[in-house]
Design a protein around this ligand. Structure first.
Ligand SMILES: Cc1cc2nc3c(=O)[nH]c(=O)nc-3n(C[C@H](O)[C@H](O)[C@H](O)COP(=O)(O)OP(=O)(O)OC[C@H]3O[C@@H](n4cnc5c(N)ncnc54)[C@H](O)[C@@H]3O)c2cc1C
Length: 433
């Protein structure tokens, strides 16, 4: 089949890889000049989520204040955003949380296998390392996090619960004073450089026949009917919008993997997903003192701020801002940017003092989609030639590789590589009920 993939982030590139592996001809359309320019560019380094990383559950947005929750709530009385927060808050209840994580787990494991296969096949070097240390500030935070920590055991995810002194002994960069409550060490969880991985995979695809990348063109519309599928392309750079007729590209199937840009495209063909855009930030800071740099990735577990060494820099990621959805396309007011970046600076100063030169750090921001039930939308839509692979949220790097395999199986007509209950929980149509 000829398949168009919209979006050249990790999700689109991984989907193209799996589709090609299944024997299809693929064209990836990306509006930027290269791949990995959206949320994929700003990732914090962790590859696959555990119960402590997902952006839902017992510790997520328990407090409205950003200095406690790590999320700047800038939605005021906006009804859509408030409704979204209410829905995701239901997953704080331990049983609801456990139920959703159960559904997600097979996708995580599928993703782990797909990544391992890609790595074994190509031998990519993308600054991959092992070791994540989740840090918890206070006893109150520990009490909140407890159901998520318990689920690590239930799901047999190898981990060690450490006292503050043990955290410092394991990771010299983390001072035991001022005191904090505890930590959870996940020695086998991996970190790496997501944009680098995405570019390497794209390069590998470039060497294969049957894969094409069309850059610098935005998809402006999707056309689907039972017999065919097509996309409408916007003008090339420098070309006036009304200079000529719309370019249309035909295919047998379309996969939407356009990150935050997916909602508008899908909306036009009647596929409505209640995902909410979340603006997130990174600071890429030069190393101040080499001897203060952590060996593991260090995560502020409740604020969900990740600190990872990348080459000669430290990447500090998180600083989420939740706004009304219609504000996401506009520049963020300076005050909110400062508030979000201050959260990142504080996390670095608290957890790894002396390691990062925050005053010389480069800020970046990007948008990722948060799901009201914590799970992405992966699968077919009411149009049989239209598939989606979106909404992986702030923990989407590794997941995207597994969900790419699921989508490729569905496009091909094979039985998907995850159990039925997971497939059902990922279905884009599940929100209609
Ligand atoms: C600051 C930050 C930190 C993060 N940290 C982590 C982490 O530590 N671990 C983790 O697993 N995940 C993390 N994430 C989330 C992860 O980066 C995302 O889940 C993942 O990158 C999403 O990939 P994607 O390809 O779906 O989206 P994107 O990377 O956003 O790619 C979508 C692409 O589609 C293109 N596009 C959109 N609309 C159109 C259109 N109409 N026509 C053509 N092209 C279009 C865009 O230009 C973009 O390149 C983080 C995200 C952010 C922002």
């Amino acid at each position: 089949m000829d398949v168009i993939v919209i979006g050249g982030g990790i999700t689109g590139v991984a989907t193209a890889y799996q589709l090609r592996a299944a024997g299809h001809r693929v064209c990836v359309i990306e509006r930027h000049a290269t791949v990995a320019q959206g949320a994929t560019y700003g990732h914090g380094g962790t590859i696959l989520p555990t119960t402590l990383d997902v952006w839902f559950g017992p510790t997520f947005m328990q407090q409205r204040r950003a200095e406690r929750s790590g999320v700047v709530s800038a939605y005021g009385f906006n009804a859509g955003a408030r409704d979204f927060v209410k829905r995701i808050a239901k997953l704080r209840e331990p049983n609801e949380f456990g139920h959703q994580f159960d559904a997600l787990r097979p996708l995580i494991e599928r993703s782990r296998d797909e990544l391992a296969e890609i790595e074994a096949r190509f031998g990519f070097e993308f600054e991959q390392r092992n070791g994540v240390l989740q840090l918890i500030r206070s006893q109150a935070e520990w009490d909140l996090a407890r159901p998520a920590v318990d689920l690590l055991r239930v799901h047999e995810i190898p981990h060690h619960i450490l006292t503050a002194a043990e955290c410092s002994a394991h990771e010299h960069a983390v001072p035991a004073d001022p005191p904090f409550a505890s930590g959870v060490l996940l020695e086998h969880e991996r970190v790496g450089n997501c944009p680098l991985f995405t570019k390497l995979l794209r390069q590998a695809l470039d060497l294969q026949d049957g894969v094409q990348f069309l850059h610098g063109r935005a998809v402006t519309g999707i056309r689907v009917d039972p017999q065919r599928a097509a996309v409408e392309l916007g003008p090339r750079d420098g070309e006036a919008a009304n200079a000529r007729e719309v370019d249309v590209m035909q295919a047998d199937a379309i996969v939407v993997a356009a990150g935050a840009g997916s909602l508008a495209l899908l909306d036009k063909v009647g596929v409505k997903l209640p995902f909410h855009p979340l603006r997130m930030h990174t600071l890429v800071a030069p190393i101040a003192h080499e001897e203060c740099v952590p060996h593991s990735t260090v995560v502020d577990a409740v604020k969900r701020i990740t600190i990872t060494r990348m080459n000669h820099r430290l990447r500090i990621a998180g600083g989420a801002v939740l706004q009304p959805a219609d504000q996401t396309g506009k520049p963020l007011p300076e005050k909110l940017t400062e508030e979000a970046l201050a959260l990142l600076g504080e996390a670095a100063r608290d957890w790894i003092p002396g390691a990062a030169k925050i005053s010389a750090a480069l800020p970046w921001e990007g948008v990722t989609l948060l799901s009201p039930d914590g799970l992405p939308a992966v699968g077919t839509t009411s149009h049989k030639r239209l598939f989606v692979n979106v909404g992986h949220g702030p923990t989407g790097w590794g997941l995207a590789c597994g969900s790419a395999k699921v989508v490729a199986d569905l496009v091909t007509g094979d039985s998907p590589a995850v159990p039925e209950h997971t497939l059902k929980a990922l279905q884009p149509g599940r929100f209609k009920r």
